[in-house]
Write a protein that binds this ligand. Structure first.
Ligand SMILES: [Fe+2]
Length: 388
């Protein structure tokens, strides 16, 4: 995120002598993406970030697709998924392709280890629960409706506050960023974008942990988890500055664009990756022309698979869904409001819907684990009584 931040103590310039009270140097570390050319931050540690005592493989992450590839609309009741207690190890795969992977976790306790995703950016939608994302950059408090953006390579850990907790994890092979059309040539969000830098929350309280011992870190790389044991607490940073850090944006800080007649889904766009966009549907007034039809028209989403995560059980064009429902409308099949929903929307003034949409440009596979909570009747939900 191109907003420069600095926390704690920093030397006068980069890469110059910066000494601790005992006369030793503060080890300096560059954390960023794309080698030395992407966005980055410089961190100043108490100890070398390279003191690995041991490494061991934990497990391979093979996501198995549903073998039934019959093209059809799908609906998964993800709130009914049983997941394990860890926020990062017990994520249940839902949908995936080479660009993006969606999983869900309802964690029950904080991990003792730290986690680093070395192969993708993580965009985590907090459906329920609050807590603090702990990282070498400081403490980032989160709560319901927050998107947490955790760029690749950033070590972190979820401290859980008030539960229950439910996290939708969107893992992106490309960098997660604000849509290009929202930024001017200097990187600033333009007037007219549905949010501004003021809505973006960076870590605030820098905590410098001075402790030796065995500190396990689980690293995801090459679709494999590896555990490395660091010889000291990894959050031993006394200062950092730069453009690379975890940040949060709350879905309710998205300012919806509303028109006299229906505006298409791109007006709800919040993030982009490579081959994927993420949109936020938030409470808003409906289209205000006396003859407007607020429900969306049927559309053939050619060259796009559309996924909706319903953070509320209300959605103007949909029925039969519940909070936590995930629908997949794949490329090649038209979809639209279900029977009665178009008529019902005419004259309505307001919607309370809250949903996260993930549209991919390449087809998504359904993960086998999602089948346990599939509503197999969904494909037929557009038929009215007589057609059934
Ligand atoms: Fe759609």
């Amino acid at each position: 995120m191109p907003i420069y931040q600095q926390r704690g103590k920093l030397p006068r310039k980069r890469h110059v002598v910066f000494r601790q009270p005992d006369g030793s140097l503060y080890p300096e570390e560059l954390v960023g993406n794309k080698g030395f050319t992407g966005p980055a931050s410089l961190l100043y540690h108490l100890r070398q970030p390279t003191t690995v005592k041991a490494v061991k493989p934990l497990r391979d992450l093979q996501w198995e697709p549903d073998p039934d590839r019959t093209l059809r609309h799908r609906h998964f009741r993800s709130a009914r998924l049983k997941t394990g207690p860890s926020p990062v190890l017990d994520r249940v795969p839902l949908l995936f392709n080479a660009d993006v992977a969606l999983s869900l976790v309802a964690p029950e306790r904080a991990d003792e280890f730290f986690y680093r995703n070395g192969q993708g950016d993580e965009l985590v939608y907090v459906d329920h629960g609050d807590g603090v994302l702990e990282s070498p950059f400081g403490r980032l408090a989160f709560g319901p409706g927050d998107y947490l953006v955790i760029p690749r390579g950033i070590l972190h850990r979820y401290q859980l506050g008030r539960g229950p907790w439910r996290l939708l994890v969107i893992e992106s092979a490309g960098y997660v960023r604000t849509p290009k059309r929202y930024r001017n040539e200097h990187g600033q969000l333009v007037e007219g974008a549905p949010f501004s830098e003021r809505d973006i929350r960076a870590p605030q309280e820098l905590e410098t942990r001075d402790a030796r011992g065995d500190f396990p870190i689980v690293v995801k790389s090459q679709n494999r988890l590896t555990e490395m044991v660091l010889a000291h607490h990894p959050c031993d940073v006394v200062g950092w500055d730069g453009y690379y850090y975890p940040w949060a944006f709350n879905i309710r800080d998205f300012e919806p664009l509303v028109g006299r007649i229906h505006l298409p889904p791109p007006v709800h766009q919040t993030f982009e990756g490579d081959g994927v966009v993420v949109c936020s549907f938030v409470p808003r007034p409906f289209d205000f022309d006396a003859e407007a039809v607020p429900a969306p028209y049927n559309h053939a989403n050619v060259m796009s698979d559309e996924v909706l995560y319903y953070a509320s059980s209300k959605f103007m064009s949909r029925k039969g869904i519940e909070q936590g429902s995930v629908t997949l409308h794949p490329d090649g099949l038209p979809h639209g409001p279900q029977p009665g929903k178009t008529e019902e929307s005419i004259g309505a003034k307001w919607t309370d819907e809250l949903a996260v949409m993930v549209d991919t440009f390449r087809p998504l596979a359904v993960a086998r684990q999602a089948l346990a909570v599939e509503d197999a009747t969904y494909m037929a939900s557009w038929l009215d009584g007589e057609e059934r």
